[in-house]
Write a protein that binds this ligand. Structure first.
Ligand code: HEM
Length: 451
């Protein structure tokens, strides 16, 4: 490779990037076009010093898992007005201290406690789905799933201190917040006078979510409960170094980070799973078989081991769903794949294109949950599937996401067949998480058990 280490990876100029975007009119096609033209490592004129994007597992670990030389940096900081300074975007000592303090809340022992809360919440939501099925009408299931996941998350965080009736309104607030975050990301490199899209509604949504957090924290302090929810776990935190608790501002920011981090991510991944099952009847039948053989009551974390196919469906759906760009900012000069990375520039990976790389995934266009089972799964490169990130900043809530997803997919498979309109297929839509354009239009057909 000519000039290895001394040159930046090849990539479009600013004008070239704008022209490619104008032609593709879509961030996903844009990234695909870059891979097609420049290969598995290329640079984009995005952010200070540019962004080097990699598209192969061998090129991911050296920076994504090295928090001493690569921190979250500018792209994450751009989200500060919408997300607060919780662990999803904080850096340095603040992040290290709070991540360490929060880790036990997502450990196995607490997930055992959360399993009951989440399982019962999903069973309550399913009754609403029963009523939808009775009507025989087509509905938009993405919204229904969002309400279902919002309820499960809200109860996991605040249990008896909240009322489920506001879940639809919360879904709208978090959607407005996500659009605002998308605007902040799209303009993070621009001068301050450039208007941020969706900011008016976004700013008032963020203020309203923070008001609700303050309200529930205030009520909990006034009337403590013994619930095994995330709020109590956070209120109990004592930092290892000096025994102090989270400050009020930290508590609010961490709750905001968990609420945002846990809501649309899980709902969007689940809608992809249902959509892909609807158009892949063999996988749907295999999931139904596993679901029918499960006789648990959805309250025990240990039950997840009897639901391996539900887990594989969830992973494979996320592979197809992908993610736009996971980035870090280099703290020092470095070299990746023989190309120069200058301190202050960004490095990123697009799980959307990585998950479609035919050198990595056999027949990436097929929906095959089996690739996440047994020997096939064991043969994966450790950075082949980065939907939950990797290294010290990997998703803190992944255990909770699997818990919710395996339970939800099993419950739904036990009760319903999802019937989409003839010829319908899901198409990607970016709104921080990756949703489905137009949602998931479907009818819920009630199953006769064993059918
Ligand atoms: C399918 C569901 C989910 C997906 C795909 C997902 C994805 C991710 C990814 C990719 C990261 C790492 C970002 C990076 O490295 O820059 C992350 C971090 C994080 N996630 Fe998740 N997540 C999910 C569910 C959850 C849940 C349920 C929670 C909590 C209730 C949560 C809370 C967080 C937090 C707080 C972080 C920041 C961790 C840190 O930087 O230390 N996530 N998530």
């Amino acid at each position: 490779m000519a000039g290895a280490g001394a040159l930046r990876a090849p990539g479009p100029s600013r004008v070239g990037a704008v022209a490619t975007y104008a032609r593709t009119r879509d961030p996903f096609r844009f990234l695909e076009a870059c891979v097609a033209r420049f290969g598995d490592i290329y640079s984009l004129p995005l952010g200070p010093g540019g962004t080097t994007v990699v598209n192969h597992p061998e090129l991911v670990g050296s920076w994504l898992t090295d928090y001493d030389r690569y921190h979250k940096g500018v792209m994450a900081r751009a989200l500060l007005p919408a997300l607060g300074d919780g662990i999803p975007i904080s850096d340095g000592d603040k992040w290290r201290r709070n991540r360490k303090a929060l880790n036990p809340a997502f450990g196995r022992r607490n997930l055992d406690g959360l399993a009951g809360i989440i399982g019962r919440s999903l069973l309550d939501s399913i009754q609403r789905w029963d009523r939808i099925a009775e009507t025989g009408h087509e509905v938009e299931l993405y919204r229904e799933l969002s309400i279902m996941t919002m309820q499960a998350l809200q109860r996991s965080m605040f249990s008896s201190s909240v009322d489920d009736t506001d879940c639809p309104e919360l879904v709208d607030l978090f959607r407005a917040q996500a659009r605002y975050m998308g605007g902040l990301m799209a303009t993070f490199w621009a001068p301050r006078w450039v208007p941020v899209p969706a900011s008016r509604r976004g700013i008032s949504a963020v203020a309203e979510i923070n008001r609700r957090i303050d309200d529930v924290v205030g009520r909990r302090r006034a009337a403590p409960t013994g619930d095994a929810d995330l709020l109590n776990l956070l209120l109990d935190i004592r930092h290892e170094d000096n025994g102090t608790q989270l400050s009020e501002a930290e508590l609010r920011d961490e709750l905001m980070g968990l609420w945002f981090g846990g809501f649309d991510t899980t709902g969007s991944a689940l809608v992809w799973a249902l959509a892909l099952l609807a158009v892949n009847p063999e996988a749907a039948a295999r999931l139904r078989e596993e679901a029918d053989a499960y006789h648990g009551d959805f309250t025990s974390f240990a039950d997840l081991t009897s639901l391996p196919y539900a887990k594989a469906v969830f992973d494979e759906a996320q592979r197809v769903q992908g993610a736009l760009l996971l980035t870090r900012q280099a703290l020092v000069d470095d070299e990746i794949g023989g190309y120069l990375i200058t301190a202050g520039s960004q490095v990123g990976v697009s799980a959307y294109t990585l998950n479609r790389n035919p050198a990595v995934w056999e027949h990436p266009e097929r929906f095959e949950p089996e690739r996440f089972l047994g020997e096939q799964r064991a043969a994966h490169h450790r950075h082949q599937f980065v939907q939950f990130g990797a290294g010290p900043r990997h998703c803190i809530g992944s255990g909770m996401a699997y818990l919710e997803a395996q339970f939800a997919l099993t419950m739904i498979a036990q009760r319903f067949e999802i019937v989409t309109p003839q010829g319908w297929t899901p198409r990607h839509e970016f709104h921080m998480s990756i949703g489905i354009k137009g949602g998931l239009p479907a009818r819920l057909r009630r199953r006769k058990v064993g059918a």
